[in-house]
Design a protein. Sequence first.
Length: 290
Amino acid sequence: MKKLLVTGASGFLGWHLCQLAKQQWDVYSTYFSHEIEIPGVTMLKIDLRDFQALKHLFQQIQPSATIHTAAQSSPNYCQTHAEESYAINVTTSLNIAGLCADFGIPFIFTSTDLVFDGLNAPYRETDPVSPVNAYGEQKVQAEEGILARYPLATICRMPLMFGMATPTATSFIQPFMQTLKDGKELALFTDEFRTPASGTTAAKGLLMVLEKQVQGMIHLGGKERLSRYDFGRLLVEVFQLPATRLKSCRQQDVKMAAPRPADVSLDSSKAFHLGYQPLSVREELEMLRG
């Protein structure tokens, strides 16, 4: 069985990816601060910012491919901790790309829809980037640096992701549901649009990209453009949550450290043509409800 190195098993996407990848690959996955066990996956504790440790890891495992999902992905945290988040989001990503280039193996980097400013959606792979916050800026620097260092690398721009909580990570729906179950008010934006996909769907997309040896840029968004508020309404309906506490608000009414783009919907037709098949958000939520 070929060896696949997945960084960031304790993150939401990394965990979902390991669950699927272990069916076809001998998976090795890294974690740093949140210890985690995934049956059928070899777990390795490492600080990815330590280049010597990283190099040693590659020599030890000799992976056939690498998918890099580890990141500091909270836009507000990146905005207020620019240097610390740059080290993991940019420097580490370039180091991993360089090692994959040295080993001549496929390298898939998970980027974000937040590389766009939200003024010209839906976005295709060829559209110019113009991030409005530090997190988006770091992902752009990583994308450009990776392709300069390793032109055969793959950049997968990921949408807003949701799904069941993992042992060490939640998606945005868990706090939403808890707020409503507690009888508290949940105010969601009517003017922020994304193309959400579940963690499982996103992981399937990454494995498809690896299998089909896609190189360069590809978008792995869902099929529907939804506002946060529309998403909340679907969530309330499918999980039969108290709807009266769901309220609408606008981005400008909420003060956040990181500015947020209004509409970063992705046009993922390139991936759809290759066989990427996200379900509708309603179907995804119904599957989560079980």
